[in-house]
Design a protein. Sequence first.
Lengths: 461, 461
Amino acid sequence: MDNKQERTLAKDAPSLTNKEILLKGWVKTRRDHGKLIFLDLWDRSGLIQMVVNAKVSLEAYETARQLRPEFVIEVLGKVNKRPENAVNKNLPTGEVEVEVLKINVLAKAQTLPFDMGQETLDLELPTLLDYRSLTLRHPKIKEIFRVQEVIIDAFRDALREKDFTEFQAPVIIPQTAEGGAEIFAVNYFGQKAYLAQSPQFYKQIMVGVYERVFTVNKTLRAEPSVTTRHLTEVTTLDAEMGFIDSWEEIMDMVEYTIQYVFERVRKDAWQSLESHEASLPKISKRIPRVKLRDAQEIIFKRTGVDHRKEPDLMPEDEREITRWAKDEHDSELVFVTHYPVSKRPFYTYEDPKDPGYTLSFDLIGRGTEWLTGGQRINDFETLIEKAKERGVDLKKSELYLQAFRFGLPPEGGFSFGSERITMHILGLSNVREASLFPRDMERIDTRFSFLDEEKKPENKK
Amino acid sequence: MDNKQERTLAKDAPSLTNKEILLKGWVKTRRDHGKLIFLDLWDRSGLIQMVVNAKVSLEAYETARQLRPEFVIEVLGKVNKRPENAVNKNLPTGEVEVEVLKINVLAKAQTLPFDMGQETLDLELPTLLDYRSLTLRHPKIKEIFRVQEVIIDAFRDALREKDFTEFQAPVIIPQTAEGGAEIFAVNYFGQKAYLAQSPQFYKQIMVGVYERVFTVNKTLRAEPSVTTRHLTEVTTLDAEMGFIDSWEEIMDMVEYTIQYVFERVRKDAWQSLESHEASLPKISKRIPRVKLRDAQEIIFKRTGVDHRKEPDLMPEDEREITRWAKDEHDSELVFVTHYPVSKRPFYTYEDPKDPGYTLSFDLIGRGTEWLTGGQRINDFETLIEKAKERGVDLKKSELYLQAFRFGLPPEGGFSFGSERITMHILGLSNVREASLFPRDMERIDTRFSFLDEEKKPENKK
């Protein structure tokens, strides 16, 4: 615009009735009614309705006729109170509309490949992701990542209130913490390096520095299967705390953190919960804690299904134990503890009172795993011994060993993926929907199959 | 301890005079004076002095004799006021000492390879890093990462106050944004993938979603040289904003953010500044803004050094232009703007009023670059054209192109490394000192040469 008027955000328009304002944003919908064109404009503060009247400005009207969804425009207009019967109570700006005086197109948009105006985008997942930069603009999808932002931020605030220090863990590591094939390798100046599957070793090291630490990191895992719950790249929330008297303190901290996160989501993202028809899990007072073997016994008694010799919960067991927690403890979350030594990493603390079983836990909710944690071995000699027993080569993990060589207190911690918790809270059916740019075996932004097809003509030459 | 007494943090001891308390922490120093042993204990709240008197508890005395630095202990003791002449005013807990009644060793520590009690660790950088898990426990080093935590957190808060949304950018990408050899490749299930050198493309995409965004990310760059300013892995702070009227708004936002960060460091990390004898850069009112060519002209006039035909500032120019900013504008920071098109990425906006030069800037402070930013091309056709002109292949960057295909407003942003700004603020001589676990050509935690030597005996077989 020629005039140097300051921009007004959509949300502020209702307080400026009868004033001329400058709005900037994206056209979301256009409805033509003869010489009137209605436009919904979106900016970061929300939506507002504008009306273009050929009788008010023919020039604006002619421009408006060219507009399509996702055009970026700036608009000079007058804020009018809507008549009582035209007020839209579902819209925060619904008591006004803006009479357009002038429109300036800042950026054009090509015709959209599908209707972005639907309340829920009715697209197959591959299409949703093939057009990610566009589909992320859909209000309901946008809200998924608002919730995720709140979750991550609340995690940080919860722990800072408990004297935890935030630190930055590395992505490139010299060796995998726990071995296994599910690790990405990097050619590092001719040396072999790997991408961190978890900041586990580093957060333990940092206990020696600040006692209580947390970190938000990308973790990479070469998941060789395509499921609705796995991503190769995850934003992981990790905490670790020293000087525990009992491993139960770790679960106490999880309980506190999770409740803190829920409270914040309830407070700051209730609209997103509403639009997804989602609700936060109920916890009445405390989250019940039950040993794996006891859980299997309970399931056997309730259903007759006998998994009492399994070293882990089966998916159907996870569902049943959450039902039990709801029935008996009025809680949608439950801690399952004491997984067998063989099912947990070598550094997991064995329960001295229950040999063969570890002081470890999973937090199960709504039928599936939310979070995992436990106490770790902090004694140097024991750690070396356990690593050897399990065939773990710690040769390249000298810094990790140093932490124990030079004194580390009894400690433990927990870890969870921001995408999974977002998915669980919002009731999404696929974890990919809770990742802005999901990576899996078949896709990095674009589908590999799509690229292969693209390549074909070149290969023919 | 047998007793179930709750732990007291060191900092709370002075308010508990004459009470029995339970402390937990690391032994930092031990001084023997006959039948008296003085111990400095550190926990996350700070240091406290303890005295072990053989006459009070022979058992505690015998244990204390075995203690060395970094032993982890819990101590039952009585808080005594120190006599006036024994008060240590440099220590927050310096008006009391704890008379030890009982000591329990939670974890032993091997003999340290060097004295951790020095005020400044007098070690060569390789040794400092070879023993990173230990050296990070040194008070002065610990403080470096407190400052870094404050910087990163203040960055987030500053931008959130301006309506920016935090998002998570991916580490694994299909293609490098700007080409070049300095990129790490990953074998991704048989496909070729890369590690992100910057979240540039993604933050631009996200402008289309939330208008104003920021992100804190690990960025990876295969720097083929070992300098005091380069790391292969950096924690990068990135921001991007849409609907700018003028590119100067981006510099305004940088100025606001930097000042916000400084204020927070001043408030929350002044002790760390003091112990490093560091001071925050002075900015009087505003940070001066000068075109590259004008800067070169100024330098020529001031020093006779003629770099007026160079496309960039030389290191000595960066030093001279900061001297000029201090002399003429009483500012330790200065924006240098309008770098030539050829020296900036293809998506940088060319100044329509100054063809051949871009609407880009570097923030220079204390003789070196702190931060970089600029306006980007937001028009789809122009972007494609510029990419082609520069030989940039956008074939695999379909999601990036989508953002423009479907309407992106005029926008720009900025980016800086958390390690460099930490280094600059604290006056460290090497950026590795400002990275918890620095990665470079020669090291991932351990030195590659060290590993090679280790391998040698095996190779002989």
